[in-house]
Design a protein around this ligand. Structure first.
Ligand SMILES: [Zn+2]
Length: 73
């Protein structure tokens, strides 16, 4: 059971995620929901936003990303 759980947390790869179409690195952006006002994380293709756009709304994750971005500055 432990092995199964561990594999779920092992990243498939350690490189930054790439756009599936053009192979450009995905840019991480922070945005706020217009209605909710809650922050969310957006992953977007750095070449063309129509290629790939992903949204992460899970608040504990978003809070952690914001924390790390602030620590970098
Ligand atoms: Zn792309």
């Amino acid at each position: 059971m432990t092995a199964e759980r561990d594999s779920a947390y092992t990243p498939a790869y350690r490189e930054p995620p790439l756009c599936l179409i053009c192979g450009e690195a995905l840019t991480v952006r922070l945005a706020k929901g217009r209605k909710s006002g809650k922050p969310f994380v957006m992953l977007i293709c750095s070449r063309d936003g129509r290629h790939f756009r992903a949204f992460i709304n899970y608040q504990p994750y978003v809070v952690e990303v914001i924390k790390r971005l602030e620590e970098r500055q």
